[in-house]
Design a protein around this ligand. Structure first.
Ligand SMILES: Cc1cc2nc3c(=O)[nH]c(=O)nc-3n(C[C@H](O)[C@H](O)[C@H](O)COP(=O)(O)O)c2cc1C
Length: 171
């Protein structure tokens, strides 16, 4: 897919076809995350890839908006060392957002759907993922081929109008 098509085709996919994602495609998605930019290039991320159905079902319980994780083909848990202070907590949020967007675009490029999921129950996430002390799961990215329509550029996205969002030169 062209980059511009992938950008327009990406949307949250929460229902997945019964089709495995090839290991090479998963690795490409993860490599995209690894290459994402980060503040001072500190690269705060660790990616834990979950594919076991049993573990996915448990992971989906970390918050009510994470239920799609249970039926995903694979879910990437974005893991960080607990930040020392507010500054680093801010960096984590921004940098993981960049890694997430990059991974989701590469997934879309491969025709693979992706869906964010926040994590509320850190204790459960830590237990399911086997995280060492001092680490937290920042977000989850559920992956799978869409159950319904394929990914293709969305003609009319549910977004605020361009002219309301964009200002030139000054506010
Ligand atoms: C920071 C962030 C957190 C999100 N958390 C969740 C979530 O916990 N569960 C969920 O189903 N979707 C979640 N979403 C997906 C958004 O609801 C979705 O991106 C938004 O409605 C726009 O839809 P689209 O991604 O299909 O374009 C999250 C998105 C972002 C950027």
């Amino acid at each position: 897919m062209e980059t511009w098509d992938a950008i327009r085709a990406r949307r949250n996919v929460r229902e997945y076809a019964d089709r495995d994602i090839a290991r090479a495609d998963l690795e490409r998605i993860l490599e995209a995350g690894r290459r994402a930019p980060s503040s001072r290039n500190w690269q705060p991320w660790h990616f834990v890839v979950v594919t076991s159905r049993e573990r996915l079902v448990e992971l989906a319980k970390v918050w009510e908006g994470a239920s799609h994780v249970a039926s995903s083909n694979a879910t990437v848990a974005l893991v960080a060392a607990e930040p020392d202070d507010d500054l680093h907590r801010e960096w984590v949020q921004y940098d993981f957002g960049q890694a997430t967007a990059t991974m989701m675009l590469v997934a879309a490029d491969l025709g693979i759907g992706s869906g964010h999921a926040a994590v509320r129950d850190q204790r459960l996430a830590r237990q399911v993922l086997g995280l060492p002390d001092g680490y937290e799961c920042v977000y989850l990215i559920a992956l799978g081929y869409p159950a319904g329509r394929r990914l293709e550029p969305v003609r009319k996205p549910d977004r605020r109008p361009f002219d309301e969002v964009v200002r030139w030169e000054r506010w």
